[in-house]
Design a protein around this ligand. Structure first.
Ligand SMILES: Cc1cc2nc3c(=O)[nH]c(=O)nc-3n(C[C@H](O)[C@H](O)[C@H](O)COP(=O)(O)OP(=O)(O)OC[C@H]3O[C@@H](n4cnc5c(N)ncnc54)[C@H](O)[C@@H]3O)c2cc1C
Length: 406
């Protein structure tokens, strides 16, 4: 049975009350105090979403506090000073030379901050939270969203802020891997690591920030078994550095081919380093130009970037705080964590787990016994194959359309 939820209709319904949905609601409500906003969120909290909610205390933000201002009042830095446990802040500030703005604090705190700000606008009554699962768009003369329990949330406009999807499952000869009980397809699920025994060997597909999250979480839970992480190139995210400034240089980035752009960035990095400026500042200076760079590339250039450059861009752009890098390095030195450059070629189910056939870039074919395989290859972005009901409905009604990359 369908029931009408909001009367009169909201001006805007935001599906997804995580980081993006909360931020939109906060900015919209500040800019237009008469606007009626509904947020449809299935989870138990508004604001933190996946990145800043489902995480452990050892998971740190991968950007410093002063880069999370976002034009909100109070700023994250002010809120931290007023609210957060001084001992937690002191630990983060050890690394940043005593500056809170430069510190990398636990992600949980950012989630608490967002939730606190959203609670304030909920209390004012301008924003309503409809707790539930949005499954379809309303038909006919109605505009708005249908929830799984039959409620209809009418709204003049609907915004999608659905967040990250779970990683793409393995394909080709490894596609059946996803049906094994040892396979963990959603590394962000609160129960992802629940069945992993303290001494179980674990294999992780992917060597980026999600892998690092999972390793830290396992170790935080007392896991002692060996962890092996795979990626084609075996590249790890690089480390943040403090200090220095580098000016933006869009004229050497926008409307250049991926190869020329890469050469220009290299030159810029060399130039910065001769002046004692960390290369990280050059990468930061690229960020404002990213949308223009992408918009001006042809499909072929975008494909070249994704195939050849993206793995390098990812590790230089999505960096880890030094504290995290030190913890990962210690695990590598002790042999508890091995990063393998290579590919999985096949597998066999054996009595005590799975035997993986792997080919290492340097030393060729090998095999590896493991008890758990966690997919940490990053969020799936191909909207043409995603099967969540709201996306399927939006595709069916031609409200969204996949581009050439999905
Ligand atoms: C583990 C992790 C750590 C990260 N760490 C950082 C970091 O430190 N710094 C950084 O800059 N970026 C980080 N990121 C990048 C991150 O993706 C973004 O910063 C941001 O949090 C994404 O926000 P979002 O609103 O798109 O998704 P989310 O915050 O996840 O919000 C999506 C929300 O939509 C809800 N939802 C989805 N579908 C429906 C539906 N049909 N009906 C109702 N509700 C629905 C979900 O329950 C969820 O709450 C991280 C990402 C991940 C996955």
């Amino acid at each position: 049975m369908r029931t009408r939820e909001s009367k009169p209709a909201a001006d805007v319904a935001i599906i997804g009350g995580g980081f993006s949905g909360a931020l939109c609601a906060l900015h919209l409500s500040a800019a237009q105090p008469d606007l009626r906003i509904s947020i449809i969120e299935r989870g138990p909290r508004l604001g933190p979403g996946l990145a800043y909610g489902a995480c452990a205390p050892e998971h740190l933000l991968n950007v410093p506090v002063n880069r999370l201002g976002m034009g909100l009042e109070p700023s994250f830095e002010t809120w931290l000073r007023e609210t957060a446990d001084p001992a937690v802040l002191a630990q983060a500030m050890e690394e940043s030379g005593g500056k809170l703005g430069d510190a990398f604090v636990p992600r949980l705190l950012f989630g608490d901050y967002l939730e606190d700000l959203v609670k304030r606008i909920l209390a004012r009554g301008q924003v309503r939270w409809l707790r539930g699962d949005a499954v379809a768009f309303l038909d006919g003369h109605k505009r708005g969203v249908l929830l799984a329990d039959g409620r209809e949330a009418e709204a003049k406009s609907v915004m999608l802020a659905l967040g990250n999807q779970t990683p793409s499952p393995p394909d080709g000869s490894l596609s059946e891997l996803q049906n094994l009980p040892e396979y963990i397809g959603d590394p962000w699920s609160p129960t992802a690591t629940a069945a992993i025994g303290a001494d179980d060997p674990v294999t992780i597909i992917g060597a980026g920030l999600t892998m690092i999250d999972v390793v830290l979480m396992l170790r935080g839970q007392g896991h002692r078994g060996k962890i092996t992480a795979f990626s084609r190139r075996g590249l790890l995210p690089r480390v943040h550095a403090f200090g220095g400034q580098w000016p933006q240089f869009p004229e050497r980035l926008v409307r250049t081919s991926p190869a020329t752009m890469t050469r220009n960035v290299r030159r810029e990095v060399e130039h910065a380093m001769t002046q004692g400026i960390p290369w990280q500042r050059v990468i930061d200076a690229i960020r404002p130009a990213i949308a223009d760079i992408w918009a001006n590339w042809s499909v072929a250039e975008r494909q070249r970037f994704l195939r050849h450059l993206r793995p390098y861009w990812d590790i230089f752009r999505h960096r880890m705080p030094k504290r995290v890098a030190d913890a990962i390095q210690a695990l590598r030195v002790s042999g508890d964590l091995e990063i393998v450059a290579g590919r999985m070629r096949g597998y066999a189910h054996v009595d005590d787990g799975v035997e993986l056939r792997i080919s290492r870039v340097r030393s060729g074919d090998d095999s590896l016994r493991t008890k758990h395989i966690i997919n940490c290859t990053g969020p799936r972005t191909d909207f043409s194959v995603l099967s969540s009901p709201i996306i399927l409905d939006a595709r069916r009604k031609r409200l969204i359309k996949a581009d050439e990359f999905g």
